[in-house]
Design a protein around this ligand. Sequence first.
Ligand code: IFG
Length: 513
Amino acid sequence: MNTSIKSALCVLAICLLFSCTDESKKNVALQPLIPQPDNVTLDSGSFILKSGSKIYFDGNQEIKGSADYLSNLLNPATDFDFEVIQSGSIKNKHFNLRLSPDKSDLGDEGYELEITRKRVVLTAYRSAGIFRGIQTIRQLLPPSIEQQGQYNEGLALPVIAIQDTPKYSYRGAMLDVSRHFFDVDEVKRYIDFLTLYKMNRLHLHLADDQGWRIEIKSWPNLTAHGGSTEVGGGTGGFYTQEQYKEIVQYASDRYITIIPEIDMPGHTNAALASYPELNCDGKAPELYTGTRVGFSSLCVDKELTYEFIDDVIREVAALTPGPYIHIGGDESHATEKADYLKFVNRVQGIVRSHGKEMIGWDETAQANLTSTSVTQLWANKEFALQAISKGAKLIMSPASRTYMDLKYDSTTVLGLTWAGYIEVDHGYSWDPAQYMEGVNEDNILGIEAPLWSETVTNMDEIEYMVFPRMPGYAELGWSGSGEWEAYRKRLPGHGVRWEVMDIDFYRSPKVDW
Ligand code: IFG
């Protein structure tokens, strides 16, 4: 065979192998990414998703779950079958997920994403990094892929190189399931929101005056009675320990750690109403369905109280793979100051005796915190400084910036106003590391955006209060603070994605949707 035919065949073979068709020379629109990655290098051309493309993962079984997650994301959107296959080598024409032991600079959640016309390679040091990188791949694809089962002709990814690591290790949101109860499926959907934006902590506010929401086998009336109502007098509800484990697993599969909160010694009417013996006078109060705070207190002088707390913490710790248990400690206006401090010191010891570290709202910083305890700043800067002086780290949740249950502005029907309004720009335009004198980045574990549910009663209302604010907190936690004018331009593209995801978001006038 003469050389010219040979070289022609060779070019043909290479073209067929590397799909040198024109289409991979075409550029695809760069979708807006939130959180903003550290380093992005965009090139020309695209990687076309084709039938027969596969998802290869290197040997580590841990990342097979992420490979399956990517496959389950792409298959319904393309009508292809992205088979997941173990492989030690990188394959052209396919997705490649790989852990690299020498990429320690990527830390626990960082990743490198290299998309060329020929292949996709996602590399991380730890499996969480692979999962976070998959959210970037997801956001680089058009919003239409979020509609499971909606076929997308010729899906393509831009040729791009991204290296990305998070600024803070604690990036979370809170859901108050006590004032109004939300069931397992609703909590899973809330976890889906956190997943898309690389958040890694879900704080569940499981017990308060209006409802006790987690089954405690040694104190069954906490849920039987204490879980039977909610703000406004509805039927409330609670998670059996099996259901709670389902929530924990769903979160864990998405590299999200659940932080359970049992608020004490205040915010305890549901417990006190469930067991007369927990009350100093031996009389159980009525269940409470209002929205006042600061009127209840465990009986700090009774030994039974600490047996109760030990039982509760023991059972909750056994359901908590994560390192923390949140004991609340806020607004204990019905507890004498000296008693409160003694109480917090004793409960800190109980939490640690069950192998967990204590998180408390900022009032708890007045006690003898160990340096392994964590203080969640919500209202009092003095207490935050006290926490730091004891070597404790801070979770930044200043109400006036992060409380997603506050109204956007005076026209918002839902929500509260006690800490002002939080329009989407106000929630984004601040820097946790510059928030207050005496607190710098080294003192901060991370950021958390709470959603209290006095006025929030269903998933639509959760979505309205959470979007568009929550992605901004995710960006502050992952990328650090940014410029509102640049960030606001990235929101409309996410608005389209939220529509496809059937998220009922607030169309803030601050954004050109
Ligand atoms: N403060 C209370 C919450 C809730 C909130 C509503 C904390 C730590 C006001 N405590 O925030 O129980 O009522 O915005």
